[in-house]
Ligand binder design. Structure first.
Ligand code: GLA
Length: 361
């Protein structure tokens, strides 16, 4: 969605699947190819939703994606219309879920959008609490419908985090839930979303994740440092890593970011601990995350604007619960280094130092 938006076609999805294999992304761990919005056609007299001309045969597309060793994601919403104004699932939840399962769909993103005027504002005008109950019930309904199909389908809630989705989404089968409004391919948007995740670490864990939205790595005018920092921080957040760029035409340096195995290993660490913001020194932020086997990942991010292009920054290991010099691996250069309190780290604007400490002391 972040690159193709409503232009996406069957051909683009196939080309993306091909590229996920050819680029090494599949081997690096990417699994799902998600169509997002605008595949929908019209409902017929028996309520069956057909695809539109851009997606001539969804079952054949799912077969193709599966033949590449990947899985297919689709999109709908609890209202009458999706965000792009295509038909959504209101009143057809079980029917649609069954159809997805018959097609071989593996992932559903379910987007609130027109449910707000269609149901929430109509049935509970001026009653926020009642509106929220209607919203939660709608997500519960699709969660049950997916479960009833018997096919494992990842359930992705997209309602921008309203009513603290992280508190109730896992109980109704949600595997991930958006925590904010839509991301954009500019640093300000990425940084704002990052900041909003700081209080949510306790809600993430295996099988149920905070979703700070799909990646913008490789999109817009983001600098290499910004692309690297964005990817590093989404990895630290244990966020779903959904590439949102033009895969068949990505530059080698973007591919290198998206396939950095060490960074992906942080993201996929089995403990599933989302990083916490430990402290900041001016505009430099220090985030940390505990990893399996007692290891630790630390990210030092220069969130400062262009005006302050470099920050000499002094590390405070005690604040990270560390004692004395630490052997660490810089996950972007691949080099071993030593972290000490008096180390002077120069970070360009919006750049990051991401390290893994195998044996923290
Ligand atoms: C909303 C979602 C986006 C995308 C579009 C599709 O804006 O938040 O991620 O799915 O709808 O219309």
């Amino acid at each position: 969605w972040n690159y193709f938006a409503e232009r996406v076609t069957d051909k683009d999805i196939r080309a993306s699947a091909d590229q996920i294999v050819a680029s090494g992304m599949r081997d690096a761990g990417y699994i799902y190819v998600n169509i997002d919005d605008t595949w929908e056609g019209e409902r017929d007299a028996s309520g069956v939703l057909h695809t539109n001309a851009k997606f001539p045969d969804m079952k054949a597309l799912a077969d193709y994606v599966h033949s590449k060793g990947l899985k297919l994601g689709i999109y709908s919403g609890p209202g009458t219309r999706t965000c792009a104004k295509y038909p959504a699932s209101l009143g057809h939840e079980e029917q649609d879920a069954k159809m997805y399962a018959d097609w071989g769909i593996d992932y559903l993103k379910y987007d609130l959008c027109s449910f707000i005027p269609d149901v929430m504002e109509k049935q509970a005008p001026n009653d926020k609490a009642a509106q929220m109950r209607l919203m939660v019930a709608a997500y519960e309904k699709m969660g049950k419908a997916l479960k009833a199909t018997g096919r494992p389908i990842v359930y992705s809630l997209c309602q921008y985090g309203w009513d603290s989705a992280w508190e109730w989404a896992p109980a109704l089968g949600g595997n991930l839930w958006r925590t904010t409004g839509d991301i954009e391919a500019r640093w300000g948007s990425i940084y704002d979303i990052l900041s909003e995740q700081a209080g949510l670490w306790s809600y993430a864990g295996p099988g149920h994740w905070n979703d700070p939205d799909m990646l913008e790595v490789g999109n817009g005018k983001l600098t290499l440092a910004e692309n690297r920092s964005h990817f590093s921080m989404w990895a630290m957040l244990a966020a779903p890593l959904l590439a949102g760029n033009d895969l068949p035409n990505m530059k080698p340096e973007i591919k290198d970011i998206l396939t950095n195995r060490d960074v992906i290993a942080i993201n996929q660490d089995p403990l599933g601990h989302q990083a916490r913001r430990i402290y900041n020194s001016g505009e430099v932020e220090v985030w940390a995350r505990d990893l399996k086997g007692g290891a630790k990942a630390i990210a030092i991010l220069n969130a400062g604007s262009d005006v302050y292009s470099t920050h000499p920054f002094h590390l405070d290991l005690a604040k990270l619960g560390l004692h004395g010099p630490q052997k660490a691996k810089d996950l972007w250069t691949g080099k071993e280094m030593e972290l000490t309190n008096d180390i002077s780290i120069e970070l360009a604007s919006h750049d990051i130092l991401l390290v893994r400490i195998a044996n923290p002391k």
